[in-house]
Design a binder for this molecule. Structure first.
Ligand SMILES: NC(=O)c1ccc[n+]([C@@H]2O[C@H](COP(=O)([O-])OP(=O)(O)OC[C@H]3O[C@@H](n4cnc5c(N)ncnc54)[C@H](O)[C@@H]3O)[C@@H](O)[C@H]2O)c1
Length: 272
């Protein structure tokens, strides 16, 4: 296989919704994309439409380490001499709560089904670890990671607490690891899309959201560009997208000097 000069990206959850829109957006800008998803039918069809030189599909359950290992190996081999520039860690599922109303009647509660944490949070750890490993071996070491979080990762979301916890977790990871990976030439940031009409939008919610409260896929793609563009220099930043506007979201201020010391100055002294 010939080495490629075009930049190479992995997009997870690429068979539909935001992931598919971002994949098409990247391909239109000259990227080659490995599309990862559990939906083999939709993923294969989408990759075929984009053309084998520009996109391939790799069946991946992002919540499984072995699947992500195979995904990254495939991406590295596809690029010929070895090249990986970008990970869009986007795959996610939405589930209602499994904690507040644990069991009908007097039955003992069952172990909670926390697949949301596996798919929406643990998967990002897996992808990051593999991305760091491979991009160290790039001809020019380093690369970019953009994680799809959510505004439910900064606001309370009683409708789906596990989902909100996963999205909060992802933001904690991005803000903490972003500055750590800066010296390895890796930029890790997050996009927090507002309400976008996709396969993940529950049908009973769709009819409750007025037309002027939806965020478009075009606005989301533009927000990804902020972190993906060649000139981008961001480390651990979160960009919220609401309707057609974007907002950088900072962590809260430290409550006092003691907290500023133990949460920031101390780690600066230790070189983090
Ligand atoms: N739609 C919204 O309003 C909205 C808002 C904020 C954040 N998000 C986030 O955006 C991301 C994309 O969601 P979407 O709205 O495009 O939904 P979507 O359902 O259209 O797309 C999600 C994709 O992820 C895939 N997927 C699910 N589980 C997977 C797994 N274990 N491994 C690999 N792929 C898997 C699905 O097959 C699907 O193709 C998610 O992380 C979601 O939480 C969505």
């Amino acid at each position: 296989m010939c080495p490629v000069s075009e930049p190479v990206a992995i997009v997870t959850g690429a068979a539909s919704g935001i992931g598919l829109a971002v994949t098409k957006h990247l391909v239109a800008k000259g990227w080659r994309v490995i599309m990862a998803d559990i939906d083999e039918t939709a993923g294969m069809q989408a990759a075929k439409e984009l053309g084998a030189d520009q996109a391939i599909f790799h069946r991946t359950d992002v919540g499984l380490w072995a699947d992500q290992l195979s995904l990254f190996q495939c991406a590295w081999q596809w690029s010929g001499s070895g090249r990986l520039d970008l990970l869009i860690a986007n795959a996610g599922i939405f589930r209602p709560d499994d904690i507040c109303d644990p069991s009908p009647g007097d039955d003992m509660p069952k172990e909670p089904a926390l697949d949301v944490l596996r798919v929406d949070l643990f998967s990002v750890f897996y992808g990051l670890k593999l991305f760091v490993y491979y991009t160290k071996r790039n001809p020019s070491p380093g690369g970019k990671v953009v994680v799809t979080s959510s505004p439910t990762g900064i606001y309370p979301f009683p409708f789906a607490p596990e989902y909100s916890s996963a999205k909060h977790g992802v933001i904690g990871l991005v803000r903490s690891i972003g500055p750590r990976l800066q010296n390895q030439g890796i930029q890790v940031n997050a996009i927090l899309p507002g309400c976008v009409l996709t396969g993940a939008t529950p049908s009973h919610i769709q009819s409750l959201v007025p037309d002027d409260r939806w965020t478009s896929l075009a606005a989301i793609c533009k927000a990804y560009d902020t972190f993906v563009d060649d000139q981008a220099k961001y480390f651990g930043q979160c960009l919220e997208v609401s309707v057609d506007k974007v907002y950088f979201r900072s962590p809260p201020n430290y409550c006092d000097d003691a907290q500023a010391f133990v949460s920031s100055d101390l780690w600066d002294k230790l070189g983090y």
